[in-house]
Design a protein around this ligand. Structure first.
Ligand code: DAH
Length: 337
């Protein structure tokens, strides 16, 4: 057997032992056994000087190659063993990293709360499109053609014949067209107006409208429903008052104030010392609205109301800037999770 064969055999032995090694300590021993000062491969290299030139070249090259290969193989195996060791060291009892969960936006929470109160009173929920036709947003609701709300100043128009709905009352017109009395529904949703953005107003906001159409519906029914809602929403102690007002789609029309629930009506900064907060518009559905939808106003009457939801949310949670609702700053939003 030649010396080169010996080197090849050493290589095979070493590789086998590295393959079986199960710890860094064992690898260290193998390293010493073959490549250490008194190691087997080192011995071959040391013995080169006694060889003839030809033999020296051949055996030297082979031994050097094997040394490099073994060093590489030991390094690689050491890497694998340390990964496995780290895997074993994993502490399964450590608390995990909790994923960040989303939550319902504060305005939607307030809307949900209002809807639930009306649902308990027997109102169904109806929805309509954010992009409306001029017909449902205005005409079906008895707005005369020259009504100022149709002005570019208030309404955002969409290419074609559309508008971004300026209130959710158009859903009332749509439902009236497709259902037969008795109809009792609320219509929550997003509305848009071309307003200057400030602490108190925004181009987008939410309303919950509601209405009831049946035989013999009176203003007394409207008052009963609104008192029940306000007590459930703002608290038992709250009082409400009606002030005459005007909307094209109701006659008579009123605006409703609740006694300030922050100072119990005594007068504070929020209610500007009046003791009252305006929260909604309402009235008896105009006969022209019923007639346009195909209902006989001699037979049926109805009431309707519309509540802007941002203002009660601001009052309830003492939020002083409406823009906070739309900026989506998580530091603000997560206070209401
Ligand atoms: N749509 C009105 C507004 O945006 C609010 C309103 C008033 C709705 C009276 C009604 C209502 O349904 O009967 O200002």
């Amino acid at each position: 057997m030649s010396l080169t064969d010996d080197v090849a055999r050493l290589r095979q032995e070493a590789f086998d032992e590295i393959g079986r090694a199960d710890s860094p300590e064992r690898l260290n021993q193998i390293q010493i056994k073959y490549l250490g000062r008194k190691g087997a491969v080192t011995a071959v290299l040391k013995g080169l000087k006694d060889l003839a030139l030809d033999e020296r070249k051949k055996v030297g090259a082979a031994a050097n190659r094997v040394r490099a290969e073994l060093e590489e193989q030991i390094k690689e195996t050491l890497g694998k063993l340390s990964v496995a060791a780290a895997g074993d060291a994993f502490d399964y009892t450590l608390p995990g990293t909790a994923p960040r969960l989303g939550a319902i936006h504060i305005v939607n929470q307030v809307i949900d709360e209002a809807c639930l109160i009306f649902q308990r009173m027997g109102f169904a929920i109806e929805r309509g499109p954010d992009i409306e036709t001029d017909y449902y947003n205005f005409e079906a609701l008895n707005f005369p053609p020259d009504h100022p709300a149709r002005d570019m100043q208030d309404t955002m128009f969409v290419e074609g014949n559309g508008v971004l709905r300026t209130h959710t009352t158009p859903v009332q017109a749509r439902v009236l067209e497709t259902q037969k009395p008795p109809i009792k529904a609320i219509t929550p949703g997003l509305c848009f107006r071309n307003e200057a953005i400030s602490t108190r107003s925004h181009v987008a906001f939410h309303q919950v409208d509601g209405f009831l159409v049946d035989e013999g519906v009176t203003m007394g029914d409207l008052k009963g429903a609104l008192v029940a809602f306000c007590k459930a929403f703002f608290g038992e102690k709250v009082a409400i008052r009606f002030r005459p007002s005007f909307f094209p789609f109701t006659e008579p029309s009123a605006e409703v104030d609740v006694s300030c629930f922050l100072c119990d009506g005594k007068g504070c900064q929020v209610c500007k010392q009046t003791g009252w907060l305006e929260i909604l518009g309402c009235g008896m559905i105009h006969p022209a609205v019923l007639e346009k939808a195909g209902h006989d106003p001699e037979k049926y009457t109805g009431y309707a109301f519309g509540i802007g939801m941002e203002r009660p949310a601001m009052l309830k949670y003492r939020i002083n800037d409406i823009r906070l609702f739309f900026n989506n700053d998580v530091r603000f939003l997560k206070q209401f999770c």
